[in-house]
Design a protein around this ligand. Sequence first.
Ligand code: ADE
Length: 226
Amino acid sequence: MRIDILTLFPAMFQGPFSESIIKRAIEKGEVEIYLHNIRDYSEDKHKRVDDYPFGGGAGMVMQIAPIARLIEKLKSERNYDQIIYLSPDGQRFNQKEANKLSLCTNIILLCGHYKGVDQRVRDHYITQEISIGDYVLSGGELAAAVVVDAVVRLLPGVIGDETSALTDSFQDNLLAPPIYTRPSDFNGWKVPDVLLSGNEKLINEWREQMSLERTRQLRPDLLDEE
Ligand code: ADE
């Protein structure tokens, strides 16, 4: 999978992509991530990328021209399954959407700043808008990093234990069951006996039951989703 990220702040991705699973996925060639600085596509002599909103009002708007140049260049090089704009107006991101995106070959993630991008970018280039929650971030970068993390860990070969991504919370709209590791007794706080029983059938039944109970208790809304 190839992910092109369009941003005014490429350095914001250095941290998230240089550790752990994403780092390994990049090193193994499971994903190629390209960071493009939108400012490099400004033809203004001061490399300007934003301007005042027509009609007045507070805040600046990201101009269409540099973004259009960059998107047109990328589109001339390959086909993109989705051109995604990260925005609090978008569809709320969830596991189902992460699963869908993990099946794409090429995607673009456009990160907005200030008051956002000129509406014409959204009307003419963007195929999907994603929000990571009902709050306003100072830009789309952290949201894009969240989407990349959730998607890349699902790519085949990325997580060592192939089944482990499938047993995550939310995979079946259920929370994950409680998990424990050694010691089996920590100052009198004991691990449930069933997990030490060696009986795989009983263990699986217990886990399914705990998943359901936990979901009912903590996130009953998930059980109503299809
Ligand atoms: N940009 C600013 N806030 C955002 C959010 N909640 N989700 C995605 N992109 C954003």
